[in-house]
Design a protein. Structure first.
Length: 276
């Protein structure tokens, strides 16, 4: 399909980057004052939302109005839910051990080190991964079958992620489960329902950009990078490395899929470990 507005899309790239950077810098200032850089995890969803909204304004008159609104709302719903969940989950807690270990490696000023290696890096990743959100809003064609499939995939992923988070939160809120393993509901089908949900969300957003082959080509890097991060980068791999020596993890891993959901395997023993 032809007619992709290259010049208008190119003009959007800098404001989108600026939106992601602005969110990261504001959160950096707040986190530095509080001495708690775990707040950057809240900024992740907020930065994607900011990119989507800025692109929606910039793309007026270029893309299909229905398509522009759909991808903006889809991104904002995902991003705001994620930010709210992470903020609620972290209330009353101190610094995340991940960031404590990272900042312990700083050879100079720890604050500047955090700015470079955490906030600016995540801002750059937001800009890169958000390419489908940006490109989809410049597709001039009306919403078609691929976009509809993308909406279905996005909705499935968001539901999977939200339900998994809710199930885990309820489990951990019960004192009777302290030191136990969350192996119920979605967590019995995959060890990472939240990461799998993210995986579906970003492949869904990519499909929403596929009304134009140019937009699809521009956007493919996004779900590929997100899939790598979720499965091999800072997601599943790091979490499971951290949990590998916990009591019962080996048994749980033996019966439960590592990523793609499937019914749990039957094993001879039903081990237990501490909740995440």
């Amino acid at each position: 399909m032809s007619g992709f507005p290259w010049a208008a899309f190119a003009a959007n790239l800098a404001p989108a980057a600026g939106a992601a950077l602005a969110v990261m810098l504001v959160v950096f200032a707040v986190a530095t004052r509080k001495g708690m850089h775990r707040l950057v995890d809240v900024a992740w969803g907020l930065a994607f939302t900011a990119v989507a909204v800025v692109t929606y304004v910039m793309s007026a008159g270029h893309g299909d109005d229905v398509g522009r609104l759909l991808v903006t709302v889809a991104t904002a719903l995902w991003g705001l839910r994620l930010a709210a969940h992470i903020a609620w989950r972290g209330r009353g807690h101190g610094e995340d051990p991940r960031y404590e270990r990272m900042l312990a490696k700083a050879s100079g000023n720890r604050t500047l080190y955090a700015l470079r290696t955490v906030y600016l890096l995540q801002g750059a990743l937001v800009w890169l991964i958000s390419l489908p959100v940006q490109a989809a809003q410049y597709v001039p064609a009306p919403v078609g079958p691929l976009a509809v499939a993308g909406i279905v995939l996005w909705a499935t992923g968001l539901t999977f992620e939200a339900v998994g988070d809710h199930q885990l939160a309820r489990f951990k809120a019960d004192p009777a489960h302290r030191g136990g393993i969350m192996d119920r509901g979605l967590w019995s089908w995959t060890r990472h329902p939240n990461y799998f949900g993210d995986f579906l969300v970003w492949w869904g957003l990519f499909l929403m950009a596929c009304g134009s082959w140019q937009a699809a080509a521009l956007s493919l890097v996004s779900p590929l990078v997100m899939t790598f991060l979720l499965t091999r980068g800072s997601g599943k791999r790091l979490l499971e490395d951290h949990m590998a020596d916990r009591h019962g993890f080996t048994a749980y891993a033996a019966r439960t899929s590592g990523f793609f959901p499937r019914p749990p395997r039957r094993t001879a023993e039903h081990g237990q470990r501490e909740p995440r």
